[in-house]
Design a protein. Structure first.
Length: 85
């Protein structure tokens, strides 16, 4: 039975390592965005949009406001690249 528990522990460790590897990339991207200087803005979002953002951000190990900021930044960059701006 010890052999099975060792395999389970190894599988959990591999899963955690993979999960943390993805989070590290996202967190470094968030830090880049935060370090670039900023200005406070206010936007109105529906409760369901905020709830979805919170769920997705939690799954990625981020705060939801940082996650929303990253999404906005990425969308603006894609839009600019598509227009050649």
């Amino acid at each position: 039975m010890k052999k099975n528990s060792n395999k389970a522990i190894e599988a959990e460790a591999a899963f955690a390592a993979d999960l943390n590897r993805g989070r590290a990339g996202l967190n470094s991207k968030a830090q880049e965005l935060l370090a670039s200087g900023s200005r406070q803005v206010t936007i109105r979002l529906s409760n369901s949009e905020i709830a979805r953002a919170k769920q997705q951000a939690e799954a990625k190990g981020l705060r939801y406001q940082t996650y929303i900021k990253m999404l906005l930044h990425e969308a603006l960059a894609r839009s600019a690249a598509g227009r050649g701006v």
